[in-house]
Design a protein around this ligand. Structure first.
Ligand code: GLC
Length: 750
């Protein structure tokens, strides 16, 4: 029996499809191509320069971002009026977007509304933790809420579309964009991809507070050779489908409205013109029915890849592969009309791409409600109290406690003197992290401000920068040592600046930059409790710190509420619960290093002829899933409620977890599985479920996982997804290394 709701949906679908047919029937070729174009406002040449020269100076730092933002822009009103510009990037602000939308809707021939898109990666004005940090919270509902708040603020500012979530799996912390994703695990990456899509898009896209999401970068972008951004990617189709595609599949199943093709080539074919990816996998296998946008300029870059002679050939390959919209300075607009007129591209192929874009605009409700916000709504929504409170909560949940010895933490709030030193202690801008250009450093609670707000009025906070984040100049170790000697405890805040991760920010070494480690060594000599707070956008190689400091707090880049969140953890107002979602190598020489490594014939061991290094450990510094608490947890009595199972059965796994400490705390109980013998070598273990539980002191909880055996498969040598009978081991624990073990078998169907 079809229920009323699905009948309604069906009617709306038919109604939209009819309106789309009518529109396409009226559109000229130029108007059709205009719907497949996303262009940003151009910038009048500043300082007597051309646009490109202006960008060059910005990249070289000769023009500050503020100067760049202040430059006068050409908003391309004529192109909008002519109906040859269907989408704009880089336009935000309720008034400006309404002004341009009015031209499109009321002055162009067919009144097709414009789509305004922007990178709202971890917040619009209220900036949330970088996505890598949020993933460490393992708090799926909070992650979804964070995306929802970003959508509310972005839509209030006139935006319809965010180029997020970035769902690229990465096993290489040299790659700067690891900051934007959810780490190295396909299962966690899939759960978070779904949550972020649902957060951005809400229950329904035509809710004025919802924005279109975009699963990017499709695909394999997180596995560039050498960890160097944009570099070539080569992997087996099995690895592609078992490791890198699951989060994209999850995003498609969650109803994501758009995908973005990746810059890289995959096995020799640039993703932007890769029919296997954009049509065979995305449309036919995943059932995706939104539209695909290229990454910036990636269509003309197909020529640079050496995969097309010129932009015309690249455009033809891209559209025929399934690339619907061109994010660039107009390649499709320059090339497609002639390709269609010459018959090199069938007009029905063009029409299908136009249909996909128009369908999304209808689903957003833009035809019936093109003006979704106004200046008053924008003013009321951005940075409101509820958003700041939510940001503080997810921020402290994203913090990972890596070390806590000699009862260093939590600190008392009535200490007489606290030294807060280091180049990131009172820095605001770097707390925002990568992709936070719509945020404002003046909104940020710095770490020193957060600490001051947390302690008693009698406590004196002494500050010294000590050194810069990078470089060798402005070293003032003496000043830092002086304030440290006067104090009861030393909090040193060190790490990276925000443009050392994110796009085009691969690092050849991933240690603390500059002279920061030398500063810590000077502070260590004083012999007072030394607490190090890390502000960074990727795993770092910090073996000396791990060995020598009393407490090590991974605080990532937490955004607007950084200082309050970090103070909440340092002074015990929140018991840290974060777990690492990306392995911390002992040395960059170990990279790529990740927990779900395929089984080797000679696992690293004590004897010589095993898979290890002769000059360092094979084990990471901190493994996937690692994170401490101010309390302790005990795992016992792991049991599998059915030893023999058939494919399709649900296997129940039970464990008891007790809080054996004196304070309440949250624990991320993790469940891993390993397929002991299979027709392809399988990982030593794979995360298949987790549950975050709050336990009061001495409280014991029974955790029961329900494993669907269908989720225990992989792609075999013929690229079939298979679940093979045999022995499976189960690991349940507090991280990927410390687990209780159990096992069960899957028996062959008769
Ligand atoms: C960039 C990024 C992509 C972003 C786009 C628009 O080059 O690769 O993630 O969404 O351009 O800014």
């Amino acid at each position: 029996m079809i229920n009323r709701e699905s009948k309604q949906k069906e009617f709306i679908k038919q109604y939209y499809e009819k309106r789309i047919d009518d529109l396409i029937g009226k559109m000229t070729l130029e108007e059709k191509v205009g719907q497949l174009v996303q262009i940003s406002p151009s910038i009048f040449g500043a300082f007597g320069l051309t646009f490109d020269e202006t960008i060059e100076k910005l990249i070289n730092g000769e023009i500050t971002p503020a100067e760049f933002e202040a430059l006068e822009r050409n908003y391309r009103e004529d192109e909008i009026r002519q109906g040859t510009l269907g989408c704009m990037g880089g336009v935000h602000g309720a008034e400006k977007s309404n002004e341009l939308q009015k031209i499109a809707v009321e002055e162009s021939r067919l009144g097709i509304p414009i789509l305004f898109g922007l990178d709202v990666i971890h917040g619009y004005r209220t900036i949330f933790p970088i996505p890598l940090a949020e993933a460490c919270s393992f708090d799926i509902e909070k992650i979804k809420e964070s995306a929802r708040i970003a959508a509310k603020e972005a839509s209030a500012a006139g935006l319809h579309w965010t180029f997020a979530p970035m769902v690229d799996i990465s096993r290489d912390p040299r790659w700067g964009r690891v900051a934007e994703g959810a780490g190295e695990d396909p299962y966690l990456g899939s759960v978070i991809a779904k949550a972020r899509v649902e957060g951005f898009q809400g229950e329904s896209l035509d809710n004025p507070e919802s924005i279109l999401a975009c699963a990017k970068h499709f695909a394999g972008y997180g596995a560039p050779d050498g960890g160097r951004d944009y570099n070539t990617v080569d992997m087996s189709l099995q690895t592609l489908h078992d490791v890198y595609l699951p989060p994209f599949k999850a995003a498609a199943e969650a109803g994501v409205g758009t995908f973005m093709s990746a810059f890289n080539d995959l096995n020799g074919i640039p993703c932007t013109v890769n029919k296997y990816l954009l049509t065979d996998v995305l449309r036919e296998k995943f059932g995706f029915n939104g539209f695909v946008v290229s990454d910036a300029n990636s269509i003309p870059e197909v020529v640079v890849h050496g995969y097309a002679e010129d932009n015309k050939a690249a455009s033809k390959k891209a559209l025929n592969a399934g690339l619907d919209m061109d994010m660039s300075q107009g390649t499709y607009r320059n090339e497609l009309p002639e390709l269609v007129k010459e018959g090199d591209i069938l007009e029905e192929v063009l029409d299908e791409a136009v249909r996909r874009v128009l369908r999304v605009k209808f689903l957003l409700g833009l035809f019936d409600n093109p003006y979704r916000t106004d200046a008053k709504k924008e003013e009321k929504t951005l940075l409101c109290k509820e958003h700041l409170e939510a940001a503080r909560d997810i921020s402290r949940r994203s913090i990972v406690l890596l070390k806590n010895e000699n009862n260093a933490l939590p600190l008392k709030k009535d200490l007489k003197k606290i030294a807060v030193v280091g180049p990131l202690a009172e820095n605001a801008a770097e707390m925002l992290g990568t992709w936070s250009h719509t945020g404002n450093p003046s909104d940020v609670v710095t770490i020193i401000s957060g600490i001051k707000a947390a302690v008693s009025t009698e406590t004196e906070i002494l500050y010294a920068e000590g050194c810069k984040i990078t470089g060798e100049e402005c070293i003032d170790f003496e000043g830092a040592v002086r304030v440290a000697k006067e104090s009861d405890v030393i909090i040193a805040v060190v790490g990276e600046n925000s443009d050392m991760s994110g796009e085009a920010a691969s690092r050849i070494d991933i240690n603390l930059p500059g002279k920061q480690e030398e500063l810590l060594k000077e502070l260590r000599k004083i012999g007072k409790p030394l607490i190090v707070v890390l502000i960074n956008g990727r795993p770092l190689t910090i073996p000396w710190e791990a060995e020598n400091v009393d407490a090590l707090v991974e605080a990532w880049q937490l955004g607007t509420q950084s200082g309050n969140a970090i103070a909440d953890v340092l002074f015990g107002d929140y018991n840290p619960s974060g777990k690492l979602v990306a392995t911390f190598p002992y040395s960059v020489g170990q990279v790529p290093i990740y927990y779900n490594n395929p089984m080797t014939g000679r696992p690293a061991g004590k004897i010589k002829f095993t898979s290890k290094y002769i000059d360092g450990p094979a084990e990471p510094l901190y493994p996937f899933g690692f994170g401490l608490s101010y309390t302790t947890f005990k795992y016992e009595n792991l049991s599998i409620l059915s030893a023999e199972n058939k494919i399709g059965d649900t296997v129940a796994v039970k464990v008891y977890v007790t809080n054996t400490g004196e304070v309440s705390g949250e624990e991320v109980v993790q469940l891993y599985v390993s397929d002991v013998v299979a027709s392809r070598v399988r990982p030593v273990k794979e995360l298949k479920s987790f549950e975050k539980v709050l336990l009061q002191p001495k409280e014991c909880k029974t955790i029961i996982f329900k494993l669907n055996t269908k989720d225990l498969g992989f792609h075999d040598e013929n690229m079939n997804y298979v679940v093979e009978p045999g022995l499976f081991k189960v690991y349940v624990g507090t991280n990927s290394k410390e687990c209780l073990e159990g096992e069960f078998t899957i028996v062959a169907l008769d």
